[in-house]
Design a protein around this ligand. Structure first.
Ligand code: GAL
Length: 411
């Protein structure tokens, strides 16, 4: 029996080494966001040395540009072999409902993944009786980043609620800090908006928005929009031209006190900038979200008609494996999506995220595709722009409600 197993293992290694071909992997992880993906591709190439990997990236945070290119390719009948999409409604509400993806249930079964990933995460990537993508990580959206030394100098601490944040903002402005909170281009403002909403409405209140129970025109939502407007008054004037990395740089440089960003910022600080967690940068949950973990997961799927299907399946196997996840995530700032990850490979920030992932109430991110379909998120950008310009909370809430109905989120 043992011999037979060894022979099977030897044959599997030999066949993977012999497999030749190519595979195109499509994502938005380029440049200084690239190291984690590059390490994962390196691992794939160790296992499949004869396969040429086309690391096809379209840069731009949160995939704003990549998703547009992907759409053209999917509709034009030239899909990449495997592409990045957020676990949840982003993929399901777009490409699964359009019947463009392969059901990966057989892969989940053969790899033992139905038990390797948390049940709630499997639920998020399931629809229409199938499982539609392989999550490579879990990112946290509700993190407030700061520079510990600068907070000390300014004599302020991390605000625990949004009203407290506004008081801290006034204090910092009085000390000459013109932009206590740094924010970047449109999608980072949507990211901030969702954190103000969750911190104001609470986790349940947030979930009620996406189940259609609460309307966006609800007075509590309108009031949260008003708070978001006041929060935006604490930010930099050059936001629209700033990438999330440039916004993160302002915390490291100490020009702004706080930044609200997902924990890819931790990956950027530690992997790209070589900064020390806890010393060069600090973190806390965003105001009003103690014991809440706002999650999103990057995942990869297999589109129907992929030219290099076998190689793409092998790519999915590598990224869903324990070794794959523990290669990628310590560099990315995220934690593994799998439940058997080796935490000794992770830094203190990620260890704290892993502990919170287990002990918090989990809700999904809108800005990163977990709870809302792409048709909502992409159009919501215009509502944010208009709101930031005119601060009409009632008008923005009404527009959001109309959009929610159109996108099938609300009735
Ligand atoms: C998110 C994505 C992260 C990170 C970030 C910035 O949407 O899930 O992995 O890439 O965008 O680009």
């Amino acid at each position: 029996m043992k011999k037979a197993l060894m022979l099977a293992a030897a044959l599997a290694t030999a066949s993977s080494a012999l497999a030749a071909g190519k595979v195109e992997i499509f994502s938005w992880w380029s440049g200084d966001e690239g190291p984690a993906l590059e390490a994962l591709i390196k691992l794939y190439q160790q296992k499949y040395p004869n396969v040429k990997v086309d690391n096809a990236t379209v840069s731009g945070g949160a995939g704003t540009n990549a998703k547009a290119v992907l759409k053209t390719r999917m509709l034009g009948g030239t899909p990449p072999d495997s592409f990045q999409a957020h676990a949840g409604q982003e993929l399901i509400g777009t490409w699964v409902v359009a019947n463009r993806m392969e059901d990966l249930t057989p892969l989940f079964k053969s790899e033992g993944w139905t038990k390797a990933f948390p049940q709630d995460l499997i639920k998020l990537i399931s629809a229409k009786g199938g499982i539609w993508s392989v999550p490579v990580n879990v990112h946290r959206s509700n993190v407030m980043w700061y520079n510990p030394a600068k907070l000390k100098t300014w004599g302020v601490s991390v605000p625990k609620t949004w009203p407290e944040f506004l008081t801290t903002c006034a204090k910092l402005k009085a000390k000459g800090v013109s932009a206590p909170l740094v924010v970047g281009e449109n999608w980072t403002q949507q990211h901030l908006w969702e954190n103000v909403m969750i911190g104001t409405l609470g986790a349940q209140g947030w979930e009620n928005l996406w189940s259609g129970k609460t309307k966006f025109t609800d007075p509590k939502v309108v009031a949260a929009f008003t708070t978001f407007g006041k929060v935006m008054d604490c930010t930099n004037k050059d936001a629209s031209g700033l990438s999330w990395q440039q916004a993160s740089d302002r915390i490291a440089a100490g020009t702004s006190a706080f930044n609200i960003m997902g924990d890819w910022a931790a990956g950027y600080y530690t992997t790209t900038k070589k900064l020390a967690p806890g010393k060069d940068f600090g973190w806390a949950n965003t105001p009003g979200t103690a014991k809440v973990f706002v999650m999103l997961a990057d995942s990869f799927g297999l589109p129907k008609g992929a030219k290099d299907r076998t190689e793409a399946m092998n790519w999915l196997k590598v990224l869903g494996s324990k070794q794959g996840q523990d290669t990628f995530n310590p560099l990315k700032g995220s934690i593994a999506a799998r439940i058997d990850s080796d935490l000794s490979k992770y830094n203190t920030y990620s260890k704290s995220a892993a502990a919170d992932w287990k002990s918090s109430k989990i809700v999904g991110s809108m800005a990163h595709g977990a709870v809302a379909p792409e048709s909502f998120t992409s159009a919501f950008g215009a509502i944010i722009d208009q709101f930031v310009a005119g601060k009409d909370a009632r008008g923005a809430a009404a527009a959001a409600q109309q959009l929610a109905v159109r996108a099938g989120v609300s009735k």
